[in-house]
Design a protein around this ligand. Structure first.
Ligand SMILES: NC(=O)c1ccc[n+]([C@@H]2O[C@H](COP(=O)([O-])OP(=O)(O)OC[C@H]3O[C@@H](n4cnc5c(N)ncnc54)[C@H](OP(=O)(O)O)[C@@H]3O)[C@@H](O)[C@H]2O)c1
Length: 315
């Protein structure tokens, strides 16, 4: 099968489409023919060995010292089961499934082997692009608004970076919970985030949120634009901030009303998100859908830091 292999750390051009061995399902796994896979900031960060400040060495220890240990990137996939391993009775060939491949990655390929406990069935009305598109940002957004900093009706919520993969999900899920959402994006994405439920918009090119008088019950930073030391100045009494692009220092020091962390990887969240998409309650914003052969262009687009929602490849 064909796969996009990351041959070293570097710019988008270190990724090459090559022939690799067909994956075979181990016990408890299925092989999925990939219908769509997201190309995310996580993929681009690993490819470029660009880890948040303080994580440089730790990142290479985790992902590979000289080159990615798992050279086929891609952590969220949707597609069709084509082979089942021993002990698998939940899925059969032909079933449509989506999920996160976790630290094994491997989604940027025509086929990938995935443990069945990571996969959810895709509702018939949801296509592979939407199913793969909702997961990366959706899983983190759902964790933030339901668990890390539960959003209540009437909360004033500031989403810094409202138009990306995380932001488009955060704006929608917080609005659906009854929050009054302010989204920070560039000028071109104002209409988008308002359409997703934001009632206020701040253009980060012309306005500094720290200079504004408004205070929030919850501040969610998906950009790394809110330092831990300044987050509190945006908060109303009792408010909290969740820093999703925290430096190592921030992660270690964050506590109390300014928190940081990494979303867990749970199949229940995959199921819940796919149900929301099927019900028409969650829109999957798509930046572009490219071919596997366009993987370098896909990484370039992610590297701009200005993709709108989610970028998918269809192997
Ligand atoms: N902690 C966790 O569990 C976790 C999980 C997943 C991802 N992350 C991190 O979250 C970050 C965001 O991921 P993503 O997938 O959402 O990225 P993305 O899709 O690339 O989002 C980029 C968005 O940010 C906006 N933006 C850029 N600069 C901005 C600024 N100064 N102020 C406000 N908005 C700005 C852009 O909007 P405009 O084009 O309109 O400027 C763009 O729409 C990544 O760094 C990723 O590593 C953390």
């Amino acid at each position: 099968v064909r796969a996009a292999r990351c041959e070293g750390y570097g710019g988008p051009e270190v990724v090459r489409v090559v022939e690799v061995d067909d994956p075979t399902p181990k016990r408890g796994e299925v092989v999925v023919r990939v219908g769509a896979a997201a190309v995310t900031v996580a993929d681009a960060r690993i490819r470029g060995a660009r880890f948040p400040r303080g994580f440089g060495r730790l990142g290479r220890l985790a992902f590979g010292i000289r080159r990615p240990r798992r050279p086929i990137l891609g952590g969220t996939v949707a597609g069709t089961v084509i082979a089942v391993g021993e002990g698998v009775d939940r899925f059969a060939a032909g079933d449509r499934v989506a999920g996160s491949t976790g630290m094994r990655f491997g989604g940027h390929a025509e086929q990938v082997a995935v443990a069945v406990d990571r996969l959810a069935r895709i509702p018939a009305s949801v296509d592979d692009v939407k199913a793969a598109g909702v997961l990366f940002g959706g899983m983190t957004a759902r964790w933030v608004v339901t668990e890390k900093a539960p959003v209540k009706a009437g909360d004033r919520v500031l989403v810094v970076g409202g138009s990306g993969s995380l932001g488009t999900n955060l704006v929608q899920l917080a609005s659906a919970a009854g929050a009054e959402v302010t989204a920070v994006t560039g000028p071109d994405n104002r209409a988008l985030v308002e359409g997703l439920g934001a009632v206020h918009h701040v253009d980060h090119r012309s306005v500094d949120v720290f200079e504004r008088p408004e205070r929030y019950d919850l501040v969610i930073d998906t950009v790394g634009a809110v330092p831990r030391t300044r987050a509190r100045s945006l908060l109303a009494p009792g408010g909290r901030a969740v820093l999703l692009v925290a430096t190592l220092g921030e992660l270690l020091l964050a506590r109390g009303d300014v928190v940081a962390g990494t979303a867990p990887d749970r199949v229940e969240d995959v199921e819940a998100l796919l149900d929301l998409v099927a019900a028409g309650s969650l829109e999957v914003v798509i930046d572009d859908v490219l071919r596997l052969d366009d993987i370098v262009a896909a990484h370039r687009r992610v590297d701009t830091g200005h993709k709108v929602g989610n970028l998918l490849i269809r192997p």
